[in-house]
Design a protein. Structure first.
Length: 457
């Protein structure tokens, strides 16, 4: 249906180039224009209400109307609306937030660097590693290994770490020196009868062989989300990360953990690293760091990495990296308030209770559904994967766009859904969601699933 002339939708079609959008289809179908939010709900410009099953982009952890965050931004705006952190300048929000993050880190960390997005933070971490290895006299140790289906962002280097075809095809990526090993998804990738532990051992052996084939002296770091988010909410098999880390230690390869989705209670622990047993050398976070009210991301590095950077900067005279808005005082003030709210709300207890309810309900309601192959997740993150054939775990032909069509039906039924690879529907609602709201969200999802079934069978 063509939107009325001069409507928001018509002007959007006329002028906006959207991220992650089929632009030709968009010319026909147009946008959903969201104009306000309240709690776990958002409302479009026609007044229609939706429950946000993925907190926007896995990020609006405190929902869409937290007044304390608004006040924190306004107060900081009045006091010091901008200052930078170049050439040893600083300000209190940057200092306070750095201290808070180091205190909360899942492993002993030394320093925090700020950027504005997850992609920038991952690019910054890559540059830190390359700079460090040049500075400490091992310039050949530069290669990076990530995983197929991992998601680390879309800037040139971060997109090269990402292991999804849409981020590589037509972009001439990945760049040289970026490698990918197998997705740790037991449901699809384990051999018949292979236990989670045996599968994890096989994946660790694959990584070991890959590092040896490349030459351990050329491999700098391994990159991983604790739970793969955008790749389909993929939880690694039991014992995966301890086995992977043993391989990394053997070859002196750094462990970089991308906590952009998993950080700040999403997986049931403060960090995904704690849920999955990871001891990072570098930790990247964003999104729920500021509940996404303003853009900010952070890279935490351990003392060894910091010393390498310090060494290089004293030789060259500066660490030639940083963004105008690195540690911007307003997002930093919002992030400080966000972390305080998590502490004061005992967010860990809330997620333990409501996350367990979400997981139980997802399984009870959908595991036996004729279209559902696997229900997976932990804490406040989960996925329901649709299959054409439950017995063989065969997914639908991507050309059928079953997941995307389900999201459209979901919108009609008042729930914003996120469809990923293999028609996996992600669930990552605002952490503040209640059990009643989980019920309402899953009612709307279940209704949509039943409606789509008629059209795919
Ligand atoms: N890393 C992970 C794990 C992510 O999920 C994302 C975004 O979804 C990114 C990095 C990139 O973050 P941004 O979109 O802020 O650049």
């Amino acid at each position: 249906m063509t939107p009325p002339r001069n409507s928001n939708a018509a002007r959007d079609i006329a002028y906006a180039l959207h991220p992650y959008t089929d632009h030709k289809a968009h010319l026909e179908t147009g946008p959903v224009v969201i104009s306000r939010g309240k709690g776990v709900r958002v409302y479009d410009d026609q007044g229609k209400e939706y429950i946000e099953s993925v907190a926007g982009l896995w990020c609006a952890s405190l929902g869409f109307d937290n007044e304390r965050l608004v006040q924190a931004a306004a107060t900081q705006m009045r006091k010091l609306p901008f200052y930078h952190a170049f050439t040893a300048k600083s300000h209190e929000p940057l200092i306070d937030l750095s201290e808070m993050l180091i205190e909360r880190a899942p492993a002993k960390m030394s320093k925090v660097f700020f950027a504005n997005s997850g992609s920038e933070a991952n690019d910054s971490a890559i540059k830190m590693i390359w700079y460090m290895n040049n500075a400490i006299g091992r310039p050949e140790k530069k290669k990076l290994i990530a995983r197929i289906k991992g998601y680390h962002g879309i800037t040139l280097a971060a997109a090269s770490l990402t292991g999804l075809p849409v981020n590589h095809k037509l972009f001439d990526l990945p760049l040289p020196g970026f490698h990918h090993v197998s997705t740790p998804h037991h449901y699809h990738n384990a051999l018949p009868g292979e236990s989670e532990e045996a599968f994890a051992t096989r994946l660790a052996e694959e990584l070991d062989a890959k590092i040896i084939a490349e030459g351990p002296e050329t491999v700098a770091a391994f990159w991983a989300e604790p739970i793969m988010g955008a790749g389909g909410v993929i939880l690694p098999p039991a014992t995966y990360f301890p086995k992977i880390q043993a391989v990394l230690k053997k070859h002196d390869v750094l462990m970089v953990v991308d906590e952009v989705i998993c950080g700040f209670w999403r997986t049931g622990s403060y960090w995904g690293s704690q849920t999955l047993g990871i001891e990072p050398d570098i930790l990247v976070c964003a999104k729920a760091l500021s509940a996404s009210y303003l853009p900010i991301s952070a890279v935490m590095v351990n003392e060894k990495v910091f010393q390498g950077i310090a060494e290089g900067s004293s030789t060259i005279g500066t660490w030639g990296h940083g963004f105008t808005y690195s540690g911007h005082p307003v997002p930093a003030a919002v992030a400080i308030e966000t972390l305080k709210i998590y502490d004061e709300m005992n967010m860990g207890d809330h997620v333990a209770k409501v996350g367990a309810y979400l997981q139980a309900q997802l399984r009870a309601r959908f595991a036996d559904h004729p279209l559902v192959g696997e229900v997976r997740g932990t804490g406040m993150i989960g996925a329901v994967e649709l299959v054409a054939d439950k017995a063989t775990k065969r997914n639908f032909d991507p050309a059928q766009k079953v997941g995307i069509r389900l999201t459209k039906v979901g919108e009609q039924n008042g729930v914003i859904l996120r469809s990923m690879a293999n028609d996996s529907l992600g669930f990552s609602p605002p952490l503040i969601i209640t059990e009643e709201e989980v019920d309402e969200m899953l009612n709307r999802f279940g209704k949509s699933l039943d409606e789509i079934m008629v059209t795919v069978r």
